[in-house]
Design a protein around this ligand. Structure first.
Ligand SMILES: C[S@@+](CC[C@H](N)C(=O)[O-])C[C@H]1O[C@@H](n2cnc3c(N)ncnc32)[C@H](O)[C@@H]1O
Length: 214
């Protein structure tokens, strides 16, 4: 059973990222870049993929894209998305990139629209993670990949105790630290075909799930 986050609601997330947009890159660009690069390395560079990136934020993953891809990036924070638009204007990404303000829990795309759907550091920063995963699954073509890069509750019991304790304090900053991976994937009916520990102290996980073909 997935423990609910009682306080990470749309208002808290919206307020946090509106405030954080001006200094987000300063805090999170370099320290989390290794994970972003690994995420996009999973996808074939020579295929003309249509990719959905949910919670694209300020566009810190633009440099991981390659020319053959068409990336649609969505975020519900106007302020974060404005930074992504500015980045796109200053240094055009090599791929075609379309940016849209949208709630990933209510994606305005038909079923099976994308070859792959990715979310970097979003699932524990969103009020309804199961809904977001269900939507990602709905819009990904059968056989396509859903790739998540996220911090989940650690297996180590002491560290997990700390993560549970500090989670409410992280909510004003727009994320939680107590999200459990296995119940989440189970609730969203997703099976992982790859799990890799990444970033500093290997505390973040890169997870690939395939959307079944039946
Ligand atoms: C921690 S930031 C990650 C940004 C970026 N992906 C990165 O690699 O740095 C989380 C982002 O997810 C966005 N977000 C959270 N929930 C969302 C939702 N339901 N729909 C769209 N965007 C969402 C936030 O607005 C924020 O920009």
């Amino acid at each position: 059973m997935l423990a609910p986050s009682h306080t990470l609601d749309h208002h808290a997330v919206g307020t946090a990222y509106a405030k954080m947009s001006s200094y987000y890159d300063l805090l999170f660009e370099k320290v989390f870049d290794g994970g972003r690069q690994k995420l996009f390395q999973i996808l074939p560079k020579d295929a003309p993929l249509k990719i959905l990136e949910v919670g694209i934020g300020t566009g810190l993953s633009f440099h991981c894209y390659v020319p053959r891809w068409h990336v649609v990036g969505v975020d519900f924070s106007k302020a974060m998305l404005a930074k992504a638009v500015e980045r796109q204007r200053k240094a055009r990404p090599t791929a075609r990139v379309d940016l849209l303000q949208m709630d990933a829990g209510k994606l305005a795309f038909p079923d099976d629209s994308f070859d792959a759907c990715v979310a970097a550091y979003v699932i524990s920063a969103t009020p309804e993670p199961i809904k977001v995963l269900e939507e990602m699954k709905r819009v990904t073509k059968p056989g396509g990949s859903i790739i998540l890069l996220n911090h989940f509750l650690t297996e180590n019991r002491f560290v997990a105790w700390v993560e549970r304790k500090i989670s409410p304090w992280c909510v004003p900053m727009g994320f939680r630290t107590d999200l459990e991976m296995k119940p989440l994937l189970k609730s969203a009916k997703l099976d992982s075909c790859r799990i890799e520990k990444v970033n500093v102290f290997r505390l973040w996980r890169l997870i690939e799930c395939r959307v079944s073909e039946d």
